[in-house]
Design a protein around this ligand. Sequence first.
Ligand SMILES: CC(C)(COP(=O)(O)OP(=O)(O)OC[C@H]1O[C@@H](n2cnc3c(N)ncnc32)[C@H](O)[C@@H]1OP(=O)(O)O)[C@@H](O)C(=O)NCCC(=O)NCCS
Length: 245
Amino acid sequence: MKEKLVLLGGGGHCKSCIDVIQEEGRFEIVGIVEGVPASEVPASAGMTSASANLAGAVVIPAKAGTANPATAVAGTVLGYPIIGTDDDLPELVKKYRNFLITVGQISKPAVRIKLFETIRSLGGHLPVIVSPHAYVSRSALVGAGTIVMHNVVVNAEAQIGVNCILNTGALIEHEAVTGDHCHISTYAILNGQCTVGSRTFIGSRTVLANNISIPDDTLVSAGSVVLRTLEQPGTYIGNPLRKIR
Ligand SMILES: CC(C)(COP(=O)(O)OP(=O)(O)OC[C@H]1O[C@@H](n2cnc3c(N)ncnc32)[C@H](O)[C@@H]1OP(=O)(O)O)[C@@H](O)C(=O)NCCC(=O)NCCS
């Protein structure tokens, strides 16, 4: 029997996480916890404009035992029910052992960090989720609560902190290290032996040269190229790279 898993946060990132969890097949998703009461979740929750306009579209049937996005209704996300709010976490931890933080993270990691610490302090378990379409080297280390999404490569002796998002297609090369609570976005590249500090966001398709370091609490925009170590935390954009905050 599959272990049960509760997801924390029901936005867009949650939908991508659900897809990874379904493909991995290790957990049964029991539902989603929102930061606000279920009655205040908009009626469109779980309905992207695409899923709301499926007339005439080709809908791929869900695999046995999984929810079908075509049946998404208010109060659900991809067919999984919203089962409570953050206020219910103490009770939910008593009932269900496993939790995954599915809130997204761009500018501020605070919500993900707070949820992570809450679950830990309540004694909940934060498993590592790895897409079967990802590759994680047997010599790599991945911290609790981190999700490794489709087509990610985590190469030899890489080390990933806790509560990170390695988003679709990210490449973490040999001996690269990330701190805790980082989001390495879609198709970002961390080349060999580079280091990313905690609570840092690396934007989509950004490239970090090998052997460089990015500080804690830093945001690097989508499509940036970082060729040298950044000494100061802040927000960096573009190629050539410049600090804007
Ligand atoms: C860095 C980022 C957060 C800045 O957003 P913002 O605070 O709203 O800033 P603005 O859009 O007002 O842009 C500020 C300036 O930076 C420039 N800029 C923003 N992003 C840039 C980028 N990726 N490359 C080059 N320039 C960029 C803007 O053109 C603007 O320049 P200006 O002041 O000369 O007009 C945003 O651009 C970004 O990259 N977000 C991440 C997207 C991403 O990777 N998502 C992944 C999800 S998995």
